[in-house]
Ligand binder design. Structure first.
Ligand SMILES: [Zn+2]
Ligand SMILES: [Zn+2]
Length: 272
């Protein structure tokens, strides 16, 4: 058996495609997959709010995200998904199909799938950094991006809580990678699931030391993006830290980290 191949999944995937039909899966299947990945990523973090032991991992422990706030946010996000994202998928449907996206293409090898995911993260992060930074200026912020900043202490579901135009503008960066590297629906869905988990985790309000993403070099994570929501400045990248470091937009974040660390050491010194 070739462990670097996804051939063992292929028969199940193709019978799934035969059952639902390629056209249905590309449009509505992608929408449903998006909902499943998005809410599936959010629910574990939502449950964390009911576990007192985990409170020590909250980035802003004094900010309570009550049920009313969460419910309002879920409602607005669901309405945006149904009345903005779904029609958008419908409008772009012919262009997506004309681009050659297929559900019947042979599945990629595991190394190629990983390469696609890594490169898609790098491309999306670069696009997101510059567009997000631009969205913090003048009328762009006032009329579009301010909506996403309604929540100064974010929680999972706030990831896609945004103005419809922002959904369109920033969402474009998500599809560049998979379309450069592949035209198969399977890869697109795997990427969608990975990217949605990343953005929900990044808005979760929790910084768990055991998170597997801590092992990835230059990974920003929840702590990094939470600072952006709390202070409204700097840390513009979606995934990695290097662009903010290179362009000097994370200096406030790192100096606050340094102050926190030295206070912690001073307090430890006193107690000894
Ligand atoms: Zn912002
Ligand atoms: Zn955000």
């Amino acid at each position: 058996m070739d462990y670097l191949s996804l051939k063992f999944i292929e028969p199940y995937w193709f019978s799934f495609v035969d059952y639902w039909g390629e056209d249905f899966l590309i449009t509505y299947g992608t929408f449903i997959a998006h909902e499943v990945f998005y809410f599936g990523s959010y629910i574990p973090f939502f449950i964390c709010d009911f576990i007192p032991y985990l409170k020590k991992y909250k980035i802003q422990p004094n900010k309570e995200n009550n049920m009313k706030l969460q419910f309002n946010c879920v409602l607005k996000v669901v309405l945006t998904h149904i009345f903005v994202q779904l029609p958008m998928m419908y409008v772009f449907d012919p262009a997506i199909k004309a681009s050659g996206l297929s559900a019947r293409a042979p599945l990629p090898s595991i190394p190629y799938l990983l390469l696609t995911i890594i490169c898609s993260f790098i491309i999306e992060d670069f696009y997101f950094y510059w567009v997000h930074r631009a969205l913090h200026h003048g009328i762009w912020y006032k009329y579009i991006h301010k909506v996403h900043h309604d929540h100064a202490s974010p929680f999972g579901i706030t990831a896609e809580y945004a103005h419809p135009l922002e959904t369109l503008i920033l969402g474009a960066g998500t599809v560049i990678g998979p379309f450069i590297f592949s035209r198969d629906l399977f890869t697109l869905w795997v990427w969608l699931g990975t990217r949605l988990y990343q953005t929900v985790e990044c808005h979760s309000g929790y910084d768990f030391p055991w998170s597997i993403t801590n092992l990835i070099p230059f990974w920003g994570g929840a702590h990094f993006h939470d600072f952006h929501h709390e202070t409204f400045v700097g840390n513009y990248a979606s995934t990695f830290t290097y662009l903010d470091k290179v362009f000097g937009t994370s200096s406030k974040y790192y100096s606050r980290q340094q102050i926190k660390e030295s206070r912690k050491h001073a307090a430890q010194g006193k107690s000894e």
